[in-house]
Design a protein around this ligand. Structure first.
Ligand SMILES: [Zn+2]
Length: 166
């Protein structure tokens, strides 16, 4: 497998070089994602573009593409969902730095200068996975929340509580 994204992201170095990286992975390369889906061998494509905004703020614009097979919380059959999260992140050393920054950026304070690309991508995928996946059509007549949801729901609830720390 050829991957064009290094295991460690060196934020300032990559941003000052204006690197554009892309990688082809499998879902199973991201254990925390893989644990939630039924299609661990599916492909996962990532594009990351680094730049220095206002000559000093390292930023990452990126896109991820994957299909996940989840359990529909209405009929409990499999539901395939296409995920295409995109993000535009600015890594600030203090809030002052954010003044004048394009408001489209999601700002992150005090990030590490170097971090794991797998962890970073994992986080972006996890926040894009629906909390309660269901088929887009009326797959089961709605009679309140099914009994089994208690078992299946918990990992997704936990996801919502994961804060962006890196
Ligand atoms: Zn369903």
């Amino acid at each position: 497998m050829k991957v064009g994204i290094p295991a460690r992201i060196n934020l300032f170095k990559f941003a000052s070089q204006g690197l554009a990286l892309s990688g082809n992975y499998k879902v199973e390369d991201f254990p925390r994602v893989s644990a939630l889906v039924n299609n661990a061998s599916a492909p996962l494509e990532v594009e990351l573009n680094f730049n220095l905004e206002n000559d000093k703020i390292p930023c990452i614009k990126g896109r991820i593409k994957l299909d996940v097979a989840l359990t529909c919380q209405r009929c409990l059959d499999e539901v395939k969902i296409h995920l295409n999260p995109s993000f535009q992140l600015a890594f600030l050393q203090n809030e002052q730095q954010g003044k004048g920054l394009n408001p489209n950026f999601e700002t992150i304070l005090n990030a590490d200068r170097e971090f794991s690309s797998i962890e970073f991508i994992t986080h972006e995928v996890l926040i894009s996975i629906p909390t309660i996946p269901t088929h887009a059509y009326e797959c089961a007549s709605y009679k309140g929340i099914p009994e089994k949801i208690g078992q299946n729901q918990s990992p997704f609830v936990i996801l919502k509580q994961i804060k962006r720390s890196k």
